[in-house]
Design a binder for this molecule. Structure first.
Ligand code: MG
Length: 227
């Protein structure tokens, strides 16, 4: 491997994210438990999110709008406006959450900095991801921050062109096989999967990945012995 750039996914790779979404979803379902059981509200919310994804993209603001839309649907427009107020509050609480770095992240970045160009490649709200990066204290490790509207092959090709490298000089590290691994392998890059214990339904893939430019590790610091 002649790697020049190491790109890190952010949410659930550098710091905790999905548990906050799941906790918010649980509290949102509680707001509507007089109308439908939790799992039905959850299903409706997921359906709404998937419908709106092409319009809103990823992130907390999109999630807030989807909670409001779901509440209207579930209650057949009979809801008390305090439900909307509370859904918006839940979203704002998410935006104010502290950043909880995952184990080993700082040490890994410190030992790779200077040897490689380090990049963050993440989806989500532009403003929220910028804020999280600042709060994380990790910003100084990175040469470039790419906040992407999606992580498809074309999005990675654009990033690689921008970095002025060949695909096989690029390695992506992340917790999502669907977003961080499969598209990167497809364009000729290297990918490392670091699974996180909770995965958003939308990011789940059920097949096993085998590829000579791919490996899966249990902890992020294991990457150091593979470079
Ligand atoms: Mg992630």
């Amino acid at each position: 491997m002649a790697i020049k750039v190491i790109a890190f996914d952010a949410d659930d790779t550098l710091w905790v994210n999905e548990p906050y979404f799941q906790e918010t979803e649980r509290r949102f379902c509680e707001l509507l438990e007089d109308y439908l059981p939790h799992h039905s509200v959850s299903q409706e919310l997921f359906r709404t999110e998937m419908q709106n994804l092409p319009l809103y993209g990823y992130g907390v603001k999109a999630f807030m709008l989807c909670m409001v839309e779901t509440a209207l649907k579930v209650t057949e427009h009979t809801l008390n406006v305090t439900v909307i107020e509370k859904a918006l509050e839940l979203g704002k609480e998410m935006l104010a959450k502290p950043i909880e770095l995952l184990d080993g992240v700082e040490d890994v970045l410190a030992s790779l900095k200077g040897r490689y160009r380090l990049v963050v490649a993440t989806k989500g709200d532009l403003l929220d991801q910028e804020r999280k990066l600042k709060k994380s204290g990790l910003e100084h490790f990175f040469h470039h921050i790419e906040i992407m509207s999606d992580k498809r092959e074309s999005d990675y090709l654009k990033l690689i062109r921008h970095l002025d490298i060949a695909p096989d000089e690029f390695i992506m590290i992340g917790n999502s096989l669907k977003s961080d691994v499969l598209p990167v392998l497809a364009i000729g890059g290297h990918a490392v999967h670091v699974p996180y214990h909770i995965t958003w339904e939308h990011e789940k893939v059920d097949h096993h990945v085998e590829h000579d430019r791919f490996r899966s590790i249990a902890r992020i610091n294991e990457i150091l012995s593979h470079l």
